[in-house]
Write a protein that binds this ligand. Structure first.
Ligand code: NAD
Length: 342
């Protein structure tokens, strides 16, 4: 039987990945320190599955790794400190914590004779220094030379931790695949990202009111979480992806943040006037992955259109967050999040 370990499996991508792996017949063991992810209704539903196991603990803790048991065939190391605000406030934790956790897990992985693949999610942020300093091809291929942004900026800690993580995986002596996710969105991703943040503000706005759009000319392609998870799973299983690095995201439907805001207002069903806000410092002006390598290795092309994905995401947030919390206009949870880079 295939046995997957998902570190960070209570988080956004991890919970969706766990559900997908269970559907594929995997035994799934999640390890998460519950610092960001939580045991909510979606996780409780997974816990009812006989092949799902959850350990709350730090993946860098040898005692936790010692409890994992044998027979692991696939590791998805999703545990990381993410989110621009966290990274800016705690750059040391991002750098030291990521490296410590990844080194400990790679040591453990090397001792697993059954291991077939170690999947390490890096990030689209690895291209941000190149884009800012030199310009680069867009859609961006994985072969793009990586330039380090200013190490004096706390935000650079995340990019550095992922570039170093990629190098650790390459040299650790495990069968690895590196993925670089680009703007994955969907249900249960928290509020500190551009899609849920715009949905929340559009939901709270009065009819014919205003929706402020930050970094409005910045351009992105967004990938619905089911598509991102499908690509990650197929890459983990594909012989052609062994030892490779792959963008995970969508090349299609590049959109400006203004265009996204317009779609969000339509999705929420509010006629709103878009009002330009300032650009967010440090936010890349353009991000669009070339996913040709991933498609060639897996035969899978992301299926969910932006309009469809926004509908699905809105339905979830409306039911589980907006109406559940009876969100007041500009509540404290949203304060200050409006300028988060997408
Ligand atoms: N969501 C995206 O668009 C995106 C883009 C680029 C890269 N990624 C990468 O994909 C992975 C998953 O992202 P996500 O959006 O699901 O993040 P997330 O924050 O929702 O999930 C990460 C989980 O890891 C857990 N965690 C953190 N440190 C831990 C530790 N030391 N031990 C155990 N658990 C720990 C957190 O509690 C959280 O539940 C991350 O590595 C992230 O860097 C995501």
């Amino acid at each position: 039987m295939n046995r997957a370990l998902i570190t960070g499996g209570l988080g956004f991508i991890g919970q969706h990945l766990a559900a997908r792996l269970l559907a594929e017949g995997f035994d799934v063991h999640v390890v998460d320190n519950a610092q960001r992810g939580s045991v909510d209704a979606a996780v409780e539903a997974l816990r009812a599955h006989p092949h799902y196991r959850l350990t709350i603990g730090n993946v860098a803790d040898p005692a936790v790794l010692g409890m994992l048991g044998d027979g692991c065939t696939h590791i998805f190391h999703l545990a990381a400190v993410v989110g621009v605000r966290n990274v800016v406030q705690q750059p040391y934790r991002v750098l030291a914590g990521s490296v410590t956790a990844l080194s400990a897990l790679l040591d453990w992985a090397r001792a697993q004779p059954s291991l077939r693949r170690f999947v390490f999610p890096s990030t689209s942020e690895v291209y941000a220094g190149t884009l800012a300093a030199f310009g680069m091809a867009v859609p961006t291929p994985e072969s793009t030379p990586l330039a380090i942004a200013d190490p004096g900026q706390p935000r650079t800690a995340y990019m550095l931790s992922k570039i170093y993580g990629e190098a650790l995986c390459r040299s650790a002596g495990v069968p690895f695949t590196i993925v670089r996710p680009h703007n994955v969105y969907g249900p249960r991703m928290g509020m500190a990202h551009v899609v849920p943040e715009l949905l929340a503000r559009a939901w709270q706005a009065p009819l014919f009111g205003e929706l402020t759009v930050y970094s409005r000319d910045h351009r992105r392609t967004f990938c619905y979480v089911d598509d991102a998870v499908e690509l990650m799973l197929r890459l983990a299983l594909a012989p052609a992806a062994l030892g490779g690095t792959f963008n995970v995201g969508r090349t299609a439907e590049e959109v400006s943040i203004s265009g996204l805001a317009k779609l969000v207002a339509e999705t929420v069903g509010r006629p709103l006037r878009l009002v330009p806000g300032p650009d967010t410092a440090g936010s890349p002006i353009r991000r669009q992955p070339d996913i040709g390598l991933a498609v060639a290795a897996t035969g899978f092309i992301p299926q969910v259109t932006l309009r469809d994905g926004l509908e699905r995401t809105f339905r979830w947030y409306r039911h589980h967050v907006f109406e559940a919390k009876a969100m007041a206009p500009r509540g404290p949870e949203m304060a200050g999040s409006a300028s988060l880079p997408p």
